[in-house]
Structure formats: structure tokens, C-alpha cells
Ligand binder design. Structure first.
Ligand code: ZN
Length: 285
């Protein structure tokens, strides 16, 4: 199976409601599954007027049943295309853009975007990370409206990231960067004995006591790379994330940040197999 799905491939594979429904049918039941009623294999055909299949014996199967597609008035083709956009657009998709591309109302586009994001966020990187891992934190948001302090000032949200070089990435929103806050996330997600690369932050100074091979660069002293010691991978992720939030989404409220993080984490972790990203996401609904 090809690894990517170009926009042309996409429309060739999913030109109609029936094509999308057929894909859902195969995802959920497999290509030739035995009829639960008569046991015959491969006898299902699409019903003309309903989003369902019937066996020769008269048994019906509804591939959308108990998925979010079932209760949605938006056609499957539009859902599939929206999911496709989310998996192929490096910088994410704003609801405004979905509205324009799908020809749906803004509230519908907004709801679809949030549901897709929620499903992407449900898939974490696979712990434990191991080998050579980079750990870092960053501050997101915190636009100051008006002059200075007080209730008009948004607080910055702190995000912690752990990434295995050439492997998976895991993010967590944290209340502060104290050792007692950061260490448990590392213990939960990074295999003991791994190499952990960080900057000079004090909170990481005792990782060797927990059995990690801790190495650090001193960013304050303008040291960014020393041999294999650096945090360039995680910083690359922060930069994609921040540019996307600034460019595509203008402003992400702290309330929704975890969803955006989940979206970017998902795309990062499956970056080498965009087609699988699409398939897994469609199947997750
Ligand atoms: Zn049957």
C-alpha cells in the first residue's frame, strides 16, 4: 500500500458517499466477513436508498452505526475530506478554512474541527520512549491585551515535551517547571537507562539518580550542540507548533490548547505514514 495519499488519489478513492461508506464497511468489518445471520461470506451489497448493506438472506448492516457519522447531517465525503486535510496539512486546519473548503456553515466546521482534533488527541505517542530522548519545556500564548497586568492579561501555558530521536513524541501541559512536576512525566514515559538530552534547567539535574544517562547543553552560555547532545528535535517541534498557532489559528485559548497539542503530536508521530494517519483517524470515529 502506498504511504501517501495525494489529493488526486483521495478524490479517486472517495468520489462519492457510497465509496466512503464502503470504506467504513471494510474498516469495521473487514473485506469479506461472514453474515451474522446466515454465515455466508461476501454476499453483502449496498441498499439503494439507505446508508446500509444487505445480505442475500435479508440481514442489514449499518457501517455508520455508533460512530459520530451516524448522527451528523454532514455527508461522509465532507467528513473524509476534512480528516484528509487534518492529516496532510502540516500547520493544521482552522475552522474558517474548513468552512470554505467544504462549503458548510461556520458552526458545523468548528464542530467538525474540534471532533477531529479530539480524536487525534486520543492517540498518544507510544511510551516508553528510549534510546536518545530530548526533554524540554516551552511557553505558549500569553498575549497581553491592554496595558500591563490585571485581569486582561492571559497567562502563558507551559508545555513539556519528550521526544525520542527518530521516534515518538509526547507532550504534557504542566503548571510549572519545578523538578517535582517534570520528573514524574519523565519516569512515566521514558525508559530507565535512556540517554536524556536537556538544556541547563535545574529541574533536570537529578535525572542520573533515577538511572538515566543525563546530558545537557548550556543554552544560556550559547551552547546549543555538543557532539550528540542537543535539543534540536524537540525545538523543531515547538517551532512548527508556534508558527502554526500564530499563522493558522491566530490565538488558541488555554482551554483548547491540549487539543491543538494532541493534533500536532499525532501528526508528528505518524509523519512517516500519512496514509496510515488518515486510515487510523477515520477508523477512530
Ligand atoms: Zn446473510
Amino acid at each position: 500500500m502506498a504511504k501517501t495519499l495525494t489529493i488526486q488519489d483521495f478524490f479517486e478513492r472517495f468520489p462519492s458517499e457510497d465509496a466512503c461508506l464502503n470504506h467504513l464497511m471494510e474498516l469495521r468489518y473487514g473485506a469479506d466477513f461472514p453474515c451474522p445471520k446466515c454465515g455466508e461470506i461476501g454476499k453483502f451489497r449496498k441498499l439503494a436508498k439507505h446508508p446500509a448493506y444487505t445480505c442475500n438472506c435479508g440481514h442489514h448492516v449499518h457501517p455508520m452505526k455508533e460512530t459520530i457519522f451516524e448522527s451528523s447531517h454532514t455527508p461522509l465525503v465532507k467528513w473524509f475530506y476534512a480528516i484528509y486535510l487534518f492529516t496532510t496539512t502540516r500547520h493544521g486546519v482552522a475552522a474558517k478554512e474548513l468552512q470554505r473548503q467544504l462549503g458548510v456553515s461556520y458552526p458545523t466546521a468548528f464542530r467538525m474541527a474540534h471532533l477531529i482534533r479530539a480524536h487525534m488527541a486520543g492517540v498518544d505517542g507510544d511510551p516508553p520512549l528510549g534510546g536518545s530522548v530530548e526533554v524540554d519545556e516551552t511557553f505558549i500564548g500569553g498575549k497581553v491585551r491592554g496595558q500591563g497586568q490585571g485581569p486582561h492579561q492571559d497567562k502563558k501555558t507551559i508545555v513539556m515535551g519528550m521526544v525520542e530521536r527518530r521516534g515518538d513524541l509526547i507532550t504534557r501541559i504542566v503548571p510549572n517547571v519545578r523538578r517535582e512536576t517534570l520528573e514524574p512525566h519523565i519516569f512515566d514515559n521514558v525508559a530507565p537507562g535512556s540517554i536524556i538530552n536537556t538544556d541547563e534547567l535545574h529541574s533536570y539535574k537529578r535525572l542520573h539518580e533515577a538511572g538515566y544517562d543525563h546530558r545537557s547543553v548550556n543554552h544560556a552560555a550559547k551552547e546549543y550542540v555538543r557532539g550528540n547532545v542537543h535539543t534540536n528535535t524537540i525545538e523543531g517541534f515547538w517551532s512548527i507548533l508556534k508558527r502554526s498557532i500564530a499563522g493558522t489559528h491566530v490565538h488558541v485559548s488555554p482551554k483548547y490548547l491540549h487539543r491543538y497539542l494532541g493534533e500536532f503530536e499525532y501528526r508528528w508521530n505518524l509523519r512517516k505514514s500519512p496514509l496510515e494517519m488518515f486510515e487510523r483517524l477515520v477508523a477512530s470515529f
